[in-house]
Design a protein around this ligand. Structure first.
Ligand code: HAM
Length: 443
């Protein structure tokens, strides 16, 4: 019987080695920037009780209504869900471990999220987020701090222009007034509503403002704006945030129709958007979610946060960069089996001791075919432990990428095994310093 071919689940992607360098670069930069603002890492499980998300994100949201991977644990009957986002999980963990008992917290996380959406460019069923949550801060100073952090990250990544859209949703009472006004407005134009809008009219009218239906754009443009319902305190919060952003040199536009797809938000909401990724151009979304901790059973703690869609940022990085040098190691060590293998093994360990990345050829092969592997690895140097050299406590060193005949080891030459590490570290440092020198001269 022919076996069915196994493949990854639709919308869930493998990250192959050739694609890993921009991910590693992005993650390292993101961690640096998060640390620069005093954020600490938190990791929560990928599976949570379904009730966490229905309560936290809201029953009448796209995510909870139709995008969650929920299942009943076959062994104990628990209702579980693969996390569609991590804010609810972080808040749960803070309540469960009493993390806010002594002081507020600045936390960050990264990892996969799961939403059963229709896959397309920039939209996947397993995708990755890097996010941050500041819990126990009423803002708007922390709201501004997070936006400045993001601006710094985009600049460090050199991903080109991304614009910031900002809005304020007000507090619960103001939102309720706006909601009633919206329902009344849409009811008075019922004949213009599409099926989706009619379905949401009483359950989640705010989401109608998010419609992509071209036939409803004019109607939505004239709808009551949430910013017209803000009271004095909410208005002051929004104005102070704008002042702080101006001081920090952050450009933004106010989008009164920006409502976000999760129910826990109040006051500040924002999205960073690029025009270079087609329909899925939002690379980051966030805002304030003061009520969430109480909704999940904790003591009140005003909070705000954001999450970055990693796949989308990686696509921008790929667009704006030359393919990077994909060397797997600095040094490739060749040998002729037997005693030379043992000498090569010791040499490779010594090289790793001094911080070099080393591949020691595994298995037996001719030196010629080992040399081909060494070349393909992208290594700067081959270290060849042949029988004659090993007997003398030496190895041959050859530069694999030297364009210049005068470069160190452009011609293969022997070196005492005891000096290998120190010499290669120094030579590599000199070569990379030359590469970094500004180009001058007349050609
Ligand atoms: P979100 O807007 O649902 O917010 O997601 C944040 C970002 O994740 C989006 O802007 C997008 O870049 C990326 N993203 C979302 N869905 C997908 C998908 N199916 N495929 C690829 N990328 C996707 C949240 O998740 C909130 N937890 C953010 C937050 C944190 N708010 C406060 N704290």
């Amino acid at each position: 019987m022919k076996k069915e071919k196994l493949a990854a689940v639709r919308g869930m992607n493998d990250l192959l080695p050739a694609d890993a360098p921009p991910w590693e670069a992005f993650e390292a930069r993101a961690i640096d920037v998060l640390r620069a603002y005093g954020y600490q890492q938190i990791r929560t499980p990928i599976v949570e009780h379904t009730a966490l998300f229905t309560r936290g994100i809201g029953e009448v949201t796209d995510i909870v209504e139709k995008e969650m991977y929920s299942f009943v644990d076959q062994l104990n009957g628990e209702n579980l869900t693969l996390r569609p986002e991590a804010t609810a999980s972080v808040v749960r963990a803070c309540i469960e471990h009493n993390l806010l008992y002594e002081a507020p917290r600045r936390l960050w996380y990264m990892g996969p999220m799961f939403r059963h959406e229709r896959p397309q460019r920039g939209r996947y069923r397993q995708f990755h987020q890097v996010g941050a949550e500041a819990l126990g801060f009423p803002g708007p100073d922390v709201d501004a701090e997070q936006i400045l952090l993001l601006k710094r990250l985009w600049e460090a990544l050199e991903i080109g222009p991304v614009r910031l859209e900002l809005n304020s949703l007000g507090d619960g009472e103001e939102r309720a007034k706006h909601r009633s006004a919206l329902i009344a407005y849409f009811e008075s134009h019922a004949e213009l509503l599409d099926a989706d809008a009619r379905r949401r009219l009483h359950s989640n009218p705010l989401r109608i403002l998010d419609t992509k239906n071209p036939a409803m754009q004019a109607l939505v443009a004239e709808a009551p704006r949430v910013t017209d319902y803000l009271g004095a305190a909410s208005r002051a919060h929004f104005e102070r945030l704008q002042e702080l952003l101006a001081v920090g040199g952050v450009e933004f536009s106010i989008n009164p129709r920006l409502v976000r797809g999760l129910d826990y938000y109040n006051l500040t909401v924002y999205e960073w958007i690029t025009d270079r990724l087609g329909a899925q151009g939002t690379i980051c979304g966030g805002g304030r979610y003061d009520p969430l901790i109480e909704m999940l059973g904790g003591k009140p703690a005003p909070s705000c946060g954001f999450a970055i869609g990693v796949e989308r940022v990686i696509e921008l990085l790929r667009e704006s960069r030359q393919p990077s040098d994909q060397a797997v190691c600095d040094v490739y060590v060749l040998h002729q089996g037997g005693g030379t293998y043992l000498a090569a093994l010791r040499a490779a360990e010594q090289l790793r001791d001094v911080g070099l990345e080393v591949i020691l050829h595994a298995g037996e092969a001719s030196l010629k075919s080992q040399m081909k592997r060494a070349d393909a690895s992208g290594a700067e140097y081959a270290v060849i432990v042949g029988e004659a050299e090993a007997a003398e406590g030496k190895a041959m060193v050859k530069a694999l990428r030297a364009a210049d005949a005068a470069a160190p080891f452009a011609q293969q030459r022997p070196l005492a095994l005891a000096e290998l590490g120190e010499t290669l570290v120094a030579t590599l440092a000199a070569v990379s310093a030359l590469d970094d020198e500004p180009i001058s001269g007349t050609n």
